[in-house]
Design a protein around this ligand. Structure first.
Ligand code: FES
Length: 159
């Protein structure tokens, strides 16, 4: 994913409008961070600093909230968001080897995004499909009963 300068400028203008709306309202921190993440797809450091300034909260508090809530991310996400399950039911059916293969195929570790911004990889505790494990999701698609050898084929559908 590449953003043009115009596109980024527009996002920062919209961010300024949001920050003006909540100026000085410390209690609106989570709301503001949520809106900022919707806008940028993640929370870059300069956005965190702007939010801290506008709401008059310490930057450390902004960072604390971001790291506490799993829905916030400080890294850009890929076009395809992979959620690989490592919950107990998937683990006993071999999710560890599946995850290793995903990481090998993508060349990134869990928590990271590929350099071409196509895939980001997260590990989750349960996707609610324990009987079908090992399971992973790619955006809204569920891929079940995975084996390491199936991973290249699954990923190739998103190339
Ligand atoms: S443990 Fe993997 S889906 Fe529940």
């Amino acid at each position: 994913m590449s953003l043009t300068c115009d596109c980024l400028d527009a996002k920062y203008q919209e961010l300024d409008q949001i920050l003006n709306q909540y100026n000085g309202q410390k209690e609106a921190l989570i709301t503001v961070l949520h809106k900022a993440q919707e806008l940028f797809g993640y929370l870059p450091q300069d956005v965190q600093i702007k939010a801290a300034d506008a709401l008059s909260v310490p930057l450390s508090e902004v960072y604390g909230v971001i790291t506490f809530y799993a829905l916030f991310s400080t890294k850009p996400k890929g076009k395809y968001k992979i959620a690989a399950c490592k919950g107990t039911a998937c683990y006993v059916r071999g999710s560890e080897r599946v995850l290793e293969r995903i990481q090998k195929e993508l060349g990134v570790k869990a928590g990271d995004t590929t350099p071409d911004a196509k895939f980001s990889l997260e590990v989750v505790r349960c996707l609610g499909a324990c009987g079908l494990g090992p399971v992973m999701m790619v955006n809204d698609d569920v891929h079940a009963r995975l084996k390491p050898d199936k991973i290249p084929g699954v990923l190739s559908r998103y190339q």
